[in-house]
Structures are given as structure tokens and as C-alpha cells.
Design a protein around this ligand. Structure first.
Ligand code: TXA
Ligand code: MG
Length: 347
């Protein structure tokens, strides 16, 4: 299959590209797949009403069919078509956080979307992304677009056009370039079919941020690294680079016998650069040990880089202290690092 690409890194190029937009719309209407940028990660989009399109998404990614997809919308008016009995509290949160990096699991109204998109569940995950390019495309296409992260199953989620191209060129109809995803980690998934709500996947929107809008509305802290998975997708192996990765919290406990530092990378905040052994490679994770936004933004881009750089044989990466803010980053990192951790005090 030929994969068409569009360069809309400059939003003005998109706004004046009416023919391209019509072509994208036609491809989605006819059941084709196009990857599009969002502020979290790139998504592999297809018409959520079209069973063939949704089947093709699972095939293109090599994704297990019991792992349901998130449906992307541009307007809350679309919700009435395929959801029912959404609580007032859920609507309040949607109005507060959308467009943005949070997906809500709500009761599904059957008959409008294809059954496959929800993996046979009676609930559906919905998100309204804020990325200028992704949002404009969703508005113009005006269909509910099912979009999992646009990576092959088991690979890190894509935060750049090049990541999507590497995984999916030849497997999908098109890929839209909208530059680097601002957030860098997948959306928070909030299960709103129970009350208090449950965080099924941690992301940029934290329990504290939700409870600033509605006090006491989120179930107590979940340890995502031990708990039985809530979201079906959490049980699959995820996000692991081929390069061995060790989480490091304490440089004093580093192995001292290493000979070939030049093949070893240290992914740490800029203000810890002085601790990186001489001759080893330094990769900037973020500005300092408080800069979680920067770490979230850069994590997947760095994981992709590790696998594409054959000079790096092993990498050590900075582990943040466990807090609510670091939850999303540490959740992804623990999977990527196969739980290896050099314990000790924080750097
Ligand atoms: O940021 C994001 O959410 C990205 C962008 C493209 O929007 N999408 C994304 O989709 O990460 P995906 O398919 O890679 O992850 C969806 C997660 C999976 O863990 C899935 O199991 C869970 O959401 N999920 C979807 N529908 C669900 C449902 N009805 N009940 C429980 N979990 C659900
Ligand atoms: Mg994914």
C-alpha cells in the first residue's frame, strides 16, 4: 500500500490546503486509515462507525482485538449519537478539561458505532484533542474517529511524524505531520462508569487537578505498577525499547567496573549532568528534577532514539520520586525498563 504524507507543521499550510483536506475527508469516509497528530501522541485514525476501518486499525497495529479504542470528537454535540446516561459530574469535567489530554469512559449507546471499536464492552472511551492540526481535521471530517496510538503494538507511542512513518509506512493510507506532540505521553483515562471515578491510565491530568474541579470525585491513589489492570490495554507489554534500560535514583550505587562508557547513555535532567561519568553519553531528559512536563514531553522521543542509535548498548534513565505528578512518567518508564531500578536516595 502506498502511504501518502502531508506536511502541516505550519498550521497556515493546513488552513489553505482545501484540496488536501477534502482528500483526507474522502479517505476517512471510504474506510481508509490516516495517522494524525494530537497533543498527547500521534493517533492512527479511522471511521469509528465503519467495521472494516476499525478492523483495519487492529490489523495495521497488530493489536489484540479485546483492547478497545478511544473515539475522538471535535464537539460535545457528537456524544448524543453513541453515549447515554453521562453523569452531570462527567459533563462538568469534560467541559473543564476538553479539548485536552484526558479520555472519559462512559456508557455506550449501541447501534451507531461499530461493535468492534469498544471491544465488546458496554462502555466507550472518548476524547476531544486540542492539537491545532488534529482538531481542525476532526472538525472538517466530522466523523467519530477511532484512534489508538499510531505505533505497532509493543513499540513506544509516536511523538513525531518520523516515529509513525517508521512503524506504519506501507500499512496505512496516510500520515499527517503536525510536528512534535506537546504533552508526549498518552491521555489520562478516567473511568466514569463508577463513582468515585477511577483513573484507568495516569496521564497529564492528575487526580488532584480533577478534584480541584469536583472535590473527592476520584478513587484513592492506585498503584499502577502492581494493581490488576483496569484498562484492558494495561495488561499488555508496552513501550519497551530494545536497548536495555535501567532506572537510576542513586549515582553512588552505579556499577564501577564498566569499561566502555562511550556505549552507555545517561538520560538525566540538565542540572544532574555533572554526575554523568566522563566518556559516557549524556542525553537531556528535561531542565531540572522538578521539570516533569519536560520529562513527559521527551520520554518517548528519547526511547525511539535509543533504538535508532546503534552506539548505545545500555541506557540509564532518571527515576523521579513517586508523587502524583510523576505517576504518568514512572508508569511508562517502569514498563520500558522491565522494572530494573537502582535504588537509593533521590539524586
Ligand atoms: O492520548 C491518547 O489517549 C492517544 C491519542 C491518539 O489520543 N490514544 C491512545 O489510545 O493512547 P490507545 O488505544 O493506545 O490506548 C487506549 C487505552 C487502552 O489502555 C485501552 O485499554 C483503554 O484506553 N480503553 C479504551 N476503551 C476502554 C473502555 N471502554 N474501558 C476501559 N479501558 C478502555
Ligand atoms: Mg497505545
Amino acid at each position: 500500500m502506498d502511504t501518502k504524507t502531508w506536511d502541516f507543521r505550519n498550521i497556515n499550510a493546513l488552513l489553505s490546503a482545501n484540496d488536501d483536506v477534502q482528500e483526507i475527508k474522502r479517505i476517512y469516509q471510504q474506510g481508509g486509515l490516516i495517522a494524525l497528530p494530537t497533543e498527547t501522541v500521534y493517533g492512527l485514525g479511522g471511521n469509528a462507525k465503519d467495521d472494516d476501518a476499525v478492523k483495519a486499525i487492529y490489523e495495521a497495529k497488530g493489536r489484540p482485538s479485546d483492547n478497545p479504542l478511544i473515539v475522538h470528537i471535535h464537539s460535545m454535540d457528537q456524544l448524543a449519537d453513541f453515549t447515554q446516561n453521562i453523569s452531570v459530574e462527567t459533563i462538568t469535567l469534560m467541559q473543564h478539561f476538553w479539548p485536552g489530554p484526558i479520555s472519559f469512559i462512559v456508557p455506550l449507546k449501541s447501534g451507531y458505532l461499530c461493535d468492534r471499536v469498544s471491544g465488546g464492552l458496554s462502555s466507550i472511551a472518548v476524547r476531544m484533542p486540542s492539537h491545532k492540526v488534529g482538531r481542525y481535521i476532526l472538525q472538517q471530517v466530522d466523523l467519530p474517529i477511532a484512534a489508538p496510538s499510531a505505533n505497532l503494538s509493543g513499540r513506544p507511542s509516536p511523538t513525531l511524524f518520523e516515529h509513525v512513518y517508521q512503524d506504519l509506512n506501507g500499512r496505512v493510507d496516510g500520515i499527517i505531520n503536525g510536528d512534535q506532540s506537546e504533552e508526549g505521553l498518552e491521555s489520562t483515562v478516567l473511568d466514569c462508569t463508577v463513582y468515585p471515578f477511577r483513573i484507568a491510565r495516569p496521564g497529564a491530568i492528575t487526580k488532584q487537578m480533577i478534584e480541584e474541579v469536583i472535590p473527592h470525585s476520584v478513587e484513592a491513589f492506585t498503584d499502577f505498577n502492581n494493581e490488576k489492570p483496569i484498562a484492558p490495554g494495561m495488561k499488555y507489554k508496552h513501550y519497551a525499547p530494545d536497548t536495555p534500560l535501567t532506572i537510576i535514583r542513586n549515582f553512588n550505587k552505579m556499577p564501577t567496573t564498566v569499561q566502555e562508557w562511550q556505549n552507555i547513555a545517561f538520560i538525566v535532567p540538565d542540572n544532574k549532568k555533572h554526575l554523568v561519568p566522563h566518556n559516557a553519553q549524556f542525553i537531556s531528559l528535561c531542565t531540572d528534577t522538578k521539570d516533569l512536563k519536560g520529562a513527559n514531553h521527551n520520554l518517548y522521543t528519547i526511547l525511539h532514539r535509543l533504538d535508532n542509535d546503534t552506539n548505545i548498548k545500555h541506557a540509564y534513565i532518571y527515576g523521579f520520586k513517586d508523587t502524583e505528578q510523576s505517576n504518568a512518567y514512572m508508569n511508562r518508564l517502569m514498563k520500558a525498563a522491565s522494572q530494573q531500578i537502582i535504588e537509593g536516595d533521590d539524586l
